[in-house]
Design a protein around this ligand. Structure first.
Ligand code: PRP
Ligand code: URA
Length: 211
């Protein structure tokens, strides 16, 4: 259904944790912890192509040469607000990553995204980027965020989400066919208010307890 640039996690831990998150009776505390945990698990897959280099070390037994990360510059860019919930999980896997922020909200009537804030590391154009957001619904926010990063000179951009609608994946692929998408699950589709079905509701509200 989707091309090879769409990576859907096929892992029991991710499926199990997502099911707990989808349950409307799950507490804000548990929801927030699960966003972070799944963020860590998807980061594992999204960083599979990080380059390695050789390093000479000495074990208690002998001298040897072993692989180590080549130190490619890397940045995680959450789409505010809900994307903030995923930053911790990425940083636990890649502690040296820098963090850029892009603030965006969806107009509830038109479903169009609006950028209200952007603050990036000064050398962002030299970095590989993972944009993070729990939800890829119509895809408007992700398409706009990727456009913003390309305007700043970024070339190698990945998108990481927990739950995607097929409509959102298609929108990103149509607008940015170079971007790899990593998702925890792909759901059925969108309802008339642009929410993912079955989804998990409003991710920002559930992470921050605002409703
Ligand atoms: C949510 C979500 C995405 C966006 C997805 O954010 O976190 O950013 O909607 O929808 P789309 O694919 O149709 O653009 P929201 O606008 O609710 O803002 P929030 O993170 O501040 O809650
Ligand atoms: N944003 C959310 O937080 N949830 C959805 O289902 C769609 C957009």
């Amino acid at each position: 259904m989707f091309n090879e640039k769409v990576h859907v996690m096929d892992h029991p831990l991710v499926s199990h944790k997502l099911t707990i998150m989808r349950d409307k009776s799950t507490s804000v505390k548990d929801f927030r912890e699960l966003v972070s945990e799944i963020g860590m698990l998807i980061t594992y897959e999204a960083t599979r192509d990080l380059p390695l280099t050789d390093k000479e070390i000495e074990t208690p037994i002998c001298k040897t040469t072993m692989p180590t990360l080549a130190g490619k510059k890397f940045a995680v860019v959450p789409i505010l607000r809900a994307g903030l919930g995923l930053v911790d999980g990425v940083l636990r896997m890649v502690p040296s990553a820098r963090v850029g922020h892009i603030g965006m909200y969806r107009d509830e009537e038109t479903l169009q995204p609006h950028v209200y804030f952007a603050k990036m590391p000064t050398d962002i154009a030299e970095r590989d980027i993972i944009i993070v957001d729990p939800m890829l619904a119509t895809g408007g926010s992700a398409v706009e965020a990727i456009t913003e990063m390309k305007k700043r000179g970024c070339k190698n951009i990945k998108l990481m989400v927990l739950v995607a609608a097929p409509e959102g994946i298609k929108a990103v692929q149509d607008a940015h066919d170079d971007v790899h998408i990593y998702c925890g699950a792909v759901d059925e589709g969108l309802n008339e208010r642009g929410y993912i079905v079955p989804g998990l509701g409003d991710a920002g509200d559930r992470i921050f307890g605002t409703k």
